[in-house]
Ligand binder design. Sequence first.
Ligand SMILES: Cc1ncc(COP(=O)(O)O)c(C=O)c1O
Length: 343
Amino acid sequence: MSKILAKLDQNESPIPPPDNLLLNRYKDIVKDINRYQRGELYEYLRELYAEYAGVDKEYVWIQPGMDLFFEDILIIENNKRIIVPYPSYFLFIEQVKHYGYNIVRIPLNERFVQELSIVSRDKPSIIYIDNPNNPTGKIIVSKNDITLIAEINSDNIFLIDEAYYEFCNYTLKDLVKEYDNIVVFRTMSKAFSFAGGRVAFSIINPSLARKVFYYNIVRFRLSTISLGLAIALLENKSYMNDIVDLIRSERKRVIKRIREIGLQVNSSCTNFIMVNTGIPKIAELLQKEGVLVKDLGKILGREYLGYIRVTIGIPRENNAFLYALEKIIAECSQSRCTIHDTS
Ligand SMILES: Cc1ncc(COP(=O)(O)O)c(C=O)c1O
């Protein structure tokens, strides 16, 4: 494989947090690494996140990645029926398959909310909504939509995944106080540039939390190092705003250029975009040029052949992507690599 010029396939932040924030704190953290993690660290991170999110501390729980929260909820649910948008976050779909769930997929079109409210009446289900949605990059439900649906069938549990909250600034977290069947999930993997640190949060009504999480297990899942570094980052979170600003302005530039080239690209409020290139093997061809993107055709099937999800990187990476894309398009216009050629 050629040298990787741009890694734009996992919606990570392209810039690590400032060195000094992590390295200064690290020395302090490892001093008592021979001991199990102290409860005060978990509690202090809860406090910091509660202040940042604008909720009470007892609504905040922390785990090493969102999938652990999902797992805790998926394993206790008896009905094993889940309603999801189609398309939505691939790894979550893999996870619910693993737990033997019956998956009801609702296509993301103009009738999505209507369909959701009809299907969710049938029988109690878990309803998962990535808001904004991965891979379309769009907010797909409003507070009003969810309030209406939650009132129709109060036995449903709503999992609202706000992994990209910082880029979009739209949240349903205020519903959690009123509705104990709505849970909001956030992460430090995206805007906070801490994917490898594995720190995610849920904002959950204490009455539901008591049923689905066991404090003495959950709090021991995060290492002292993850807790300590996450605290350092949240205490100095202004670096995150600079990253979000950069991604937003680069996203605008990349979308503009893609449209000039004549391709179809969604507007997005996240750190990624979905592009319809019309070239089935586009991800493979980009990889040969050193650019990694997510091949949606491979994950979602024929309907998405030629579609890619591209993370917005730093200018140099985005330029590498645009350059490679234009080169492939120019080459393709002289040979057979359109949507009809699936060989
Ligand atoms: C919608 C969505 N939720 C969750 C995650 C992962 O979150 P975490 O790193 O906290 O497990 C991703 C990562 O791509 C995502 O796209």
